[in-house]
Every structure is written in structure tokens, then in C-alpha cells.
Ligand binder design. Structure first.
Ligand code: ADP
Ligand code: MG
Length: 281
């Protein structure tokens, strides 16, 4: 069962329920996702870990309401997802800021798009201090480093107080130091605000540094192979023995999935009953 970590804030994020979700990008294609069931408690941080092509981005797009699944349904805060909403925000690797605007203006855009532009003046300063950019409010975003630009995108995403924040490999283009700082800060901010966070990553260490649970996906079709409760303290660093143990645990699960995929060639020359068993996993 999903549990809150020991120092849970009062949750403001919503619970997430994924029920029997499958997806196929067109007739006759191999499904990208099959039978995904997942319950996430409000304010929890969940990492979806899987190889490239295991359907991570597809699942995130479905949660965001950007893709309608071929099967099943998603509920956020008890409400069925049927299209995009400002209460469900996705952050991608590319921060997609408006280059002719200042830092503060870009942060205020999230509120403007949500029809809450009037709140921007009062809230942008707080948001900038949340992401440690208070001194750069008037700078043009083009003058910022990649890590600072991601912080602006994060502040813009948080401005609308999303019930669900989703990150699709958002730090993979950043250098190691910037990435480590953002991993730590994004988790801390989400915990402080109680935001439910779904992080997609192929980086096992990132999952251990940021998440309460690691959901390991198998590919072809994408499906959940393991759901690991990490139970780590809030303060985490790569060298900590507990973090190293969590990384080793996720890696073992990941390798078991990869071994299973290698052991299951597609045109299996196996008698029918056995083929049925082999496919049951
Ligand atoms: P991941 O994010 O884990 O790398 P994706 O969700 O991007 O995986 O892709 C899962 C599968 O769906 C892959 O086989 C990919 O080729 C396919 N796929 C993804 N997007 C599309 C699309 N727009 N049209 C057709 N196939 C797609
Ligand atoms: Mg992807």
C-alpha cells in the first residue's frame, strides 16, 4: 500500500488512480501499454522507471489528459481525466519558456493561462523564492543557465498549485551538479506543498533520490513489473548506505525485467500451454 513518509505534510495534492489502462497507437500495432493499475496517495512521490520505449511518456501523457487511452481510465482526486487541465501539469526536459519575457513574467504565465493572471503580482515573488531565483526576477530567461531555466519552469508549474505534477526526464540535459541540486529541491518543494508527483526516469539513482515508490516498467508491451516502497529519509545523498541499498534493489528488479525480456523471444516456438504460462508474467 502507498504510505506517506514519516514527516508527511498535510496533503494538498490529489490521489491518483490508474485503472486497467492500455494504449495502442493505431490498429495492428503492438500495444505501448497493457493493463496498468496503480494507486498513488495524495502527496506521494512516485518514480516510473523503465527502458526507453517502455511506455513511460505515453503513460504520463495519458495522466495529463493529452492522450486518451485505448482501454481503462485515470482518476485524479476522484475525477475522471478526459482532457488537459491546469490542475495536472507536465514538465519536460525542454523547459519551453518564452524567450522574450523576464523570469517573473514566465512564472506568471502559468497563472495567466489558468485564467488567474490577477494573482500573479502577489504570488510570483514567493514562487521565485521557493525555487531560489528571487534575485533573478527581472532577468531575461535567455540569460539563464539550463538549470535556472528548469527552476523557472518549475515555479511556473507550481504557480497553479497543481493537484498532480508530472516530470518527464526533466533533468537529463543538465550537468551532474545542477541535476543533483534540482533532484533534491524538487522533492523538498513537492513535499512542502504536498503536491502529488509522478516522475518518469530511466535513471535508477534519480528514482532513489526523489521517490517514495519506484514502479519498474517492462517493455513490449509496457506494463508494471514491480512496485517498490523505498522508505528512505527526507535527507538523501548518493553516498548514503540506505540510498545505495535502494538503488541496488531497483537495479535488481530492473535486471530481472531485462532478463525476462531477453528470455522471451517474440516468435516463441513453444507448445501452446507453455506459451500461455510464459506470457502470464
Ligand atoms: P518511453 O517514454 O518509455 O521511452 P514511449 O511512451 O515514448 O516510451 O513509447 C512507448 C512505445 O510507443 C514505443 O514503442 C514508441 O515507439 C511508441 N510510440 C510513442 N509515441 C508514439 C506515437 N506518437 N506514435 C506511434 N507510436 C508511438
Ligand atoms: Mg519518454
Amino acid at each position: 500500500m502507498p504510505t506517506h513518509s514519516r514527516h508527511s505534510p498535510p496533503p494538498h495534492g490529489a490521489d491518483l488512480s490508474i485503472r486497467g489502462v492500455g494504449h495502442r497507437y493505431g490498429r495492428g500495432r503492438e500495444p505501448a501499454l497493457l493493463d496498468i493499475d496503480l494507486e498513488v496517495a495524495p502527496g506521494d512521490v512516485v518514480a516510473l522507471v523503465g527502458r526507453s520505449g517502455s511506455g513511460k511518456s505515453t503513460l504520463l501523457h495519458i495522466l495529463a489528459g493529452l492522450i486518451r487511452p485505448s482501454a481503462g481510465a485515470v482518476f485524479v482526486g476522484g475525477e475522471r481525466v478526459s482532457g488537459p487541465s491546469p490542475s495536472r501539469v507536465v514538465m519536460f526536459q525542454e523547459p519551453s519558456l518564452l524567450p522574450w519575457m523576464s523570469v517573473a513574467q514566465n512564472v506568471g504565465l502559468g497563472l495567466a493561462f489558468a485564467g488567474r493572471g490577477a494573482e500573479a503580482r502577489a504570488r510570483v515573488a514567493d514562487l521565485l523564492s521557493l525555487v531560489a531565483l528571487e534575485n533573478l526576477a527581472d532577468r531575461n530567461v535567455q540569460d539563464l543557465s539550463g538549470g535556472q531555466q528548469q527552476r523557472v519552469a518549475l515555479a511556473r508549474s507550481l504557480a497553479v498549485e497543481p493537484a498532480l505534477l508530472m516530470l518527464d526526464e526533466p533533468f537529463s540535459a543538465l550537468d551532474a551538479f545542477t541535476r543533483a541540486a534540482l533532484q533534491r529541491d524538487v522533492r523538498a518543494i513537492a513535499r512542502r506543498l504536498g503536491t502529488t508527483l509522478v516522475l518518469v526516469t530511466h535513471d535508477i539513482a534519480e528514482a532513489a533520490l526523489m521517490a517514495d515508490r519506484a514502479i519498474v516498467l517492462a517493455s513490449g508491451p509496457g506494463r508494471i513489473a514491480a512496485d517498490l516502497a523505498l522508505d528512505l529519509p527526507e535527507a538523501r545523498a548518493l553516498g548514503d548506505p540506505a540510498v545505495a541499498a535502494a538503488i541496488a534493489r531497483i537495479r535488481r528488479s530492473f535486471e530481472a525485467v531485462a532478463a525476462g525480456e531477453r528470455a522471451a523471444p517474440l516468435p516463441a516456438p513453444v507448445p501452446r500451454p507453455l506459451a500461455g504460462l510464459a506470457r502470464a508474467h
